[in-house]
Write a protein that binds this ligand. Structure first.
Ligand SMILES: C[S@@+](CC[C@H](N)C(=O)[O-])C[C@H]1O[C@@H](n2cnc3c(N)ncnc32)[C@H](O)[C@@H]1O
Length: 270
């Protein structure tokens, strides 16, 4: 049986009630319209399709071999990515993000586009008396993440298969929202998404971000312009990201890292 951990999850079908877990079966039900959502292998599935609306460049996030290697030294923690893409190693990035998130043990956290639990799992270990939801469109990523959480008996994580185009949480539900490695994928819905993220945070809540950056040199900038046209990605300058965040109602926007193709930032809701 899946534990909803007290998160209020609005029914994606009728939007009139919050979902309830059925006792002893792997299903979650809407008490208003009766819609049923499967919750197998530790993942609550709010989508009927595999990955609706995923932009083509994200497709590898569904490939099993990518899922397996993603968090290891061949991809997210690889030397070449740290040097060439991010200009920072993963451990330093993790420290910048978790410091900016100012996590407390009882916090309620949303890890948006969580992938294989890169941040979800370690944050769950910090918010020991709190809870975290990992939300992603890739079922294979979520399956991997949920499997790890089960192995390590992390009881305060809920994984949800959903899309950022339809986030089911109520306003003022979270102390912290983290979105690392994904904001640049959501160009078409960015203003609405940032407003929604702001609304889901409690007053005093923190938003932490790792996102694609427009590089400084002419050659790489041209490459980026070309690739954004072809792929639908959005790379930010620090100033653009700041503006986007202020426009959505955030305050105290800080850029913690700005090198190569990578920006790390945080913002608060007052
Ligand atoms: C580069 S990974 C980032 C994973 C993790 N947050 C990290 O920092 O390593 C980007 C993630 O965004 C997810 N994603 C892409 N489009 C999405 C959408 N429309 N809604 C939710 N997640 C999405 C992908 O499935 C993938 O897991």
């Amino acid at each position: 049986m899946v534990e909803l951990l007290g998160f209020k999850i609005n029914c994606p079908k009728c939007r009139l009630a919050n979902l309830e877990a059925e006792s002893s079966v792997e299903k979650v039900r809407c008490p208003k319209c009766g819609a049923i959502f499967p919750a197998t292998n530790g993942v609550l599935d709010l989508l009927n399709e595999e990955s609706p609306g995923m932009i083509a460049i994200s497709e590898p996030m569904k490939w099993n071999w990518v899922v397996k290697i993603y968090n290891g030294i061949l991809w997210r923690r690889s030397f070449w990515m740290s040097k060439w893409m991010f200009g920072i190693g993963f451990d330093q990035e993790y420290k910048l993000i978790t410091d900016a998130a100012k996590l407390s043990p009882k916090d309620s956290v949303l890890d948006l586009a969580c992938g294989p639990g890169t941040y979800t799992k370690p944050i769950a270990q910090i918010v020991k008396q709190g809870r975290i939801v990992g939300f992603d469109i890739s079922l294979p990523m979520l399956g991997f993440a949920a499997n790890q959480a089960q192995k390590e008996e992390l009881k305060n994580i809920l994984y949800i298969h959903g899309t950022v185009k339809d986030i089911p949480f109520a306003n003022e539900e979270f102390d912290v929202i983290n979105c690392c490695g994904a904001l640049h994928l959501f160009r078409d819905i960015l203003p609405e998404l940032l407003i929604k993220i702001n609304a889901m945070l409690k007053p005093g809540g923190r938003f932490t971000i790792g996102a694609g950056r427009k590089p400084d040199d002419k050659f790489n900038r041209k490459l980026v312009i070309l690739s954004t046209k072809k792929t639908g990605l959005k790379y930010f300058t620090p100033e653009e990201l700041k503006h986007n965040l202020y426009d959505a109602g955030f305050s105290d926007v800080k850029i913690h890292h700005s090198k190569r193709y990578w920006l790390i930032a945080s913002a608060n809701k007052f």
